[in-house]
Design a protein around this ligand. Structure first.
Ligand SMILES: [Zn+2]
Length: 179
């Protein structure tokens, strides 16, 4: 095989890999096993998450797959029994707390974004996908601070973003969030 053929084959493999990576199967692999569910209903929700991820821009998809753990809560009895997930060591942070007259305390915490979805059986697939997209938008826009929760400007910003991705807005009115 000469160099030209080799180059062509590498490019072809790269292309095939990217095609797989952006397929539903590849995306499902990327987000890992879904936490909080193992029923056929949660499998369907997992598929809906992958479908939404497939429809959003590539850079956002890459960011979300690399940084977010999805949790399906509210399935069946709404109880999550034991969550296990792999955590990147780089996400484990330490903070030294000094107190007068006492020993320092080292506080360890995990810096990890979660998207927790609470679906009910009555919700349509379309509606669930809008919710998934909306929550992805909040995470991507870094609305992770508690002060952002339910703020009108943040809700509008998330909906503006999902609209630019081709989804309907999650809210018809933002009056509820006015404060
Ligand atoms: Zn929101």
């Amino acid at each position: 095989m000469d160099e030209k053929e080799l180059k062509k084959e590498i490019e072809e493999r790269q292309r095939k890999y990217e095609e797989w990576e952006n397929s539903i199967e590849g995306i499902l692999y990327g987000i890992g096993g879904m936490l909080g569910g193992s029923t056929s209903a949660s499998e369907r929700d997992e598929y809906l998450i992958a479908k939404v991820l497939q429809q959003i821009p590539k850079d956002v998809r890459g960011y979300i797959i690399g940084n977010v753990i999805f949790i399906l809560a509210g399935d069946q009895d709404g109880i999550i029994h034991r969550l296990r997930f792999q955590i990147d060591e780089n996400r484990i942070k330490e903070e030294r707390i000094t107190q007068k007259g006492k020993d320092d305390i080292i506080m360890r915490y995990i810096e990890q974004d979660f998207i927790i979805l609470t679906f009910t059986p009555k919700m349509s697939d379309e509606y669930k996908m809008i919710i998934i997209a909306h929550e992805i938008a909040h995470t991507y826009l870094n609305h992770t601070d508690i002060n952002c929760h339910g703020g009108e400007q943040y809700e509008r910003a998330a909906d503006d973003l999902i609209e630019s991705w081709g989804f309907p807005r999650a809210y018809k009115s933002y009056d509820f969030f006015k404060r």
